[in-house]
Design a protein around this ligand. Structure first.
Ligand code: ADP
Ligand code: MG
Ligand code: ZN
Length: 479
């Protein structure tokens, strides 16, 4: 039997690390990449007798995320203990939120094949991250790094509203871009700042009851998430077709074999023995507080997109690509401020920059050059200092070794030849070497002109001014 007889159901739990300067319950820094156990204190090391103090910024950022995803904000919220033992969680419980999350009942709108669809947000709650285990190849043991312990997280739980891996990917990208826009998380997936637990089930078409789900933990690449979902759909259908039942399990994805493996039986909420955190006071928010947070919300991607259509005449497709990432969108706007040429900046971002990001498997946030450098590149081309083909080389260089384009072309000797005598000399040499092309042109084959210009560009390694070449060739051919 084929997939056509089944409906796929997906719900996602996204963990995003908040970009507060300090941790959620102590004043240790949250900066990524420090040497192990250098950003710790008795509180986040879970020394007995220490007391947590809630970081106000964490509440503000979570409320901001809730407002940006159309949630209701809970004015009477609190923290709860979620009890479980794990070697990188020395308290043996995680301070999280159980029955009174800060935000609930929201939605994120996604665009699937030009149709708008709302994906429900069940809840957003705040909690602390755990530490990290580093598996030691030499001793065969594991070493605990508690730098991440106590880094603030929001968990964004979606309704089981997604119906394909494609929808899941679109939803995640949209959610990530919203969090980036409101600047509550840097969402660097390779650093684990944005990761998802992926819940998948299938049911026979027409069934009203949801099928049993599996949950694959801590996925942090879009590509793996899509592969994992596709794999689970096939695996679950096969199990059902064999007449067996899908087990409710927590799974681990292995990117190399492209398969999921069971980690443990799925626990239920009661297994965690949740109870209100006795060391923290309740979180009470006033209407005024919520309204003040609302006022700090910046322009969101949807509205930027609309503005690009009218203000800069971008196509719907280009505007979608650029606003999908705050980094790209900021790059676009700030480069325009420098060069005042929206069309050119648009083209660079949509074609060459996107292509290079793809090739290098980089995220837009990792672009090493800044908007001023991109703007200056556009200016150099507009002024005719370099040709657009040299411009492409400058862009490659900006990715490798970013500095001002003017400096790059000086160093590399890439300045365009625009001296009329010099161009003429080049053109005459090319004509001399290609009598057949002259004859062809005179016989009415216009293509010969393009060939000659191409030859001249080749000989000058792209440095000759193509417009001038064209004119001079024409002049000579008409003689
Ligand atoms: P838990 O913490 O046990 O994983 P949550 O309620 O926090 O439970 O999250 C459950 C997630 O699983 C939600 O995103 C929800 O949409 C999704 N989900 C629930 N039931 C199903 C199902 N049958 N198939 C797919 N996803 C589901
Ligand atoms: Mg879960
Ligand atoms: Zn600390």
């Amino acid at each position: 039997m084929s997939r056509d007889n089944y409906e796929v159901i997906i719900g996602l739990e996204v963990h995003a690390e908040l970009s507060t300067k300090t941790k959620i319950f102590c004043s240790c820094p949250t900066k990524f990449g420090a040497s192990p156990n250098t950003q710790v204190c008795p509180i986040c090391m879970a020394m007995p007798g220490t007391l947590p103090v809630l970081n106000e910024k964490v509440v503000e950022y979570a409320v901001k995320a809730g407002l940006a995803t159309n949630c209701e904000i809970e004015k009477n919220s609190k923290n709860d203990r979620k009890n479980y033992f794990y070697p990188d969680l020395p308290k043996s419980y995680q301070i999280s939120q159980f029955d009174k999350p800060l935000c609930k009942n929201g939605y994120v709108e996604i665009n699937v094949n030009n149709t708008k669809k709302k994906i429900g947000i069940t809840r957003i709650h705040i909690e602390e991250d755990a530490g990290k285990l580093n598996h030691d190849d030499f001793s065969g043991g594991s070493l605990v790094d508690l730098n991440r312990a106590g880094v603030p997280l929001i968990e964004i739980v979606s309704e089981p509203d997604l119906r394909s891996s494609e929808e899941a990917e679109i939803y995640l990208k949209k959610l990530k871009s919203i969090l980036e826009y409101i600047e509550v998380s840097d969402c660097k997936m390779q650093e684990g700042s944005f990761r998802a637990d992926v819940n998948v089930s299938v049911r026979k078409k027409g069934d009203s009851k949801l099928g049993t789900r599996t949950e694959t933990k801590n996925m942090n690449s879009f590509r793996s998430i899509v592969r994992e979902i596709e794999y689970e759909i096939d695996r679950q259908i096969e199990v059902i077709e064999r007449g067996e039942k899908v087990e409710q399990e927590t799974l681990r994805w292995d990117d190399v074999s492209g398969k999921t493996f069971p980690m443990r039986d799925k626990e239920n909420a009661d297994d965690y023995r949740y109870f209100p955190e006795p060391d923290l006071v309740a979180i009470k928010l006033s209407d005024e507080y919520i309204e003040n947070v609302r006022k700090t919300l910046p322009e969101l991607p949807e509205s930027r997109k609309e503005r690009y259509l009218t203000q800069y005449n971008l196509s719907e497709k280009d505007a979608n690509i650029i606003t999908s990432s705050k980094y790209l969108s900021d790059l676009f706007e700030n480069a325009i401020k420098v060069c005042n040429n929206p069309k050119a900046v648009n083209n660079w971002i949509i074609s060459d920059i996107s292509r290079i990001l793809n090739e290098k498997e980089m995220e837009a946030s990792e672009i090493p050059f800044n908007a001023e450098q991109l703007g200056n590149l556009v200016i150099l081309i507009d002024k005719g200092t370099i040709s657009s083909s040299i411009g492409k080389k400058v862009l490659e260089e900006l990715f490798e070794n970013p500095k001002d384009p003017e400096e790059i072309i000086k160093e590399k000797g890439w300045i365009q030849i625009s001296d009329e005598n010099e161009i003429k000399e080049i053109a005459l040499k090319i004509l001399e070497a290609n009598p057949q092309s002259i004859a062809d042109y005179k016989a009415g084959k216009d293509r010969a002109l393009g060939f000659l210009v191409g030859q001249a560009m080749k000989q000058t390694k792209g440095k000759a001014n193509p417009k001038m070449l064209n004119e001079i060739f024409l002049e000579e051919l008409k003689k």
